[in-house]
Design a protein around this ligand. Structure first.
Ligand SMILES: C[S@@+](CC[C@H](N)C(=O)[O-])C[C@H]1O[C@@H](n2cnc3c(N)ncnc32)[C@H](O)[C@@H]1O
Length: 244
């Protein structure tokens, strides 16, 4: 699928279901202590002394943006769907929400203390995930953190209805090892992985859920593009050890 076909299909689907999605998911985090634990860890990590901004990428109706704000994060939201952004602005009038795409963020390099993608990469065709992670790496300040929530598996499902509407939307389940590899390739360093079993609201349609915390290193890695030492560097003779 081309990038523009993916963006068009996803925008159209979420424009169609925005109010119903918002209503259904409004209090969903209340019943998910492990998900909240990862959001709390992310919030603590991004609240450095300079109090930089945290972007909720693919924010939908802004429920996660608002949750992060309640945890002290200087949070704002970005979403592909103008209708989702309308709903987010109405629901959380004190917060900032903008229309935009994770594939080409309208944000300056190194401008964010943190970025969350909470089930928003689940519609991204696998071949475009490197573009999204490269964008997240670009906009994070050195030392900035990211939190990713996604569905564990290895398949694409096409939805022709959802939230009481007809729609046309692809959803991807992704192996955690693949995401870990893509993050490393993008220059992001993985700090923690939580993989939990589906709860009763997710079973039987969805399987395990994954939450990855990563950060952008403060120093450029030496060696290969993934930070793995190159063969030559690995072979470099060690300096003799001192006895003192
Ligand atoms: C499953 S919803 C999750 C929404 C929100 N994060 C939440 O948990 O309530 C997926 C959201 O990601 C957005 N999205 C998908 N691809 C996007 C992209 N390339 N850029 C920005 N938003 C995107 C969709 O418009 C939709 O609102």
């Amino acid at each position: 699928m081309t990038e523009s076909a993916y963006l068009h299909a996803t925008r159209t689907a979420y424009d169609t279901v925005a109010p119903e999605y918002a209503e259904l998911l409004r209090n969903e985090l209340d019943t998910k202590p492990l998900d909240r634990a990862m959001l709390a860890a992310f919030a603590e990590l991004v609240q450095g002394p300079d109090g930089g901004e945290g972007a909720d990428l693919g924010c939908g109706p802004g429920r996660v943006t608002a949750h992060l704000h309640s945890l002290g994060v200087n949070a704002f939201g970005i979403d592909l769907s103008p209708r989702m952004i309308d709903v987010a602005r109405q629901s959380h009038p004190g917060l900032r929400f903008e229309v935009g795409s994770m594939t080409a963020l309208d944000l300056a390099d190194a401008s964010l203390a943190g970025a969350v993608a909470w089930y928003s990469t689940v519609h991204t065709p696998p071949e475009l995930l490197p573009t999204v992670f490269a964008e997240i790496h670009r906009v994070l300040a050195p030392g900035g953190h990211m939190l990713l929530a996604f569905k564990v598996g290895d398949e694409r499902r096409h939805l022709s209805q959802g939230y009481g509407h007809k729609l046309s939307l692809d959803v991807y389940w992704t192996p955690p090892e693949h995401i870990a590899e893509l993050l490393a390739k993008a220059g992001l360093s993985l700090d923690a992985q939580l993989i939990r079993e589906p709860d009763e609201t997710e079973r039987p349609r969805s399987g395990r859920q994954a939450f990855f915390l990563a950060h952008k290193p403060t120093h450029k890695p030496t060696g290969g593009p993934t930070g793995t030492p190159t063969h030559k560097a690995a072979e470099k003779p060690k300096a003799p050890e001192s006895d003192s």
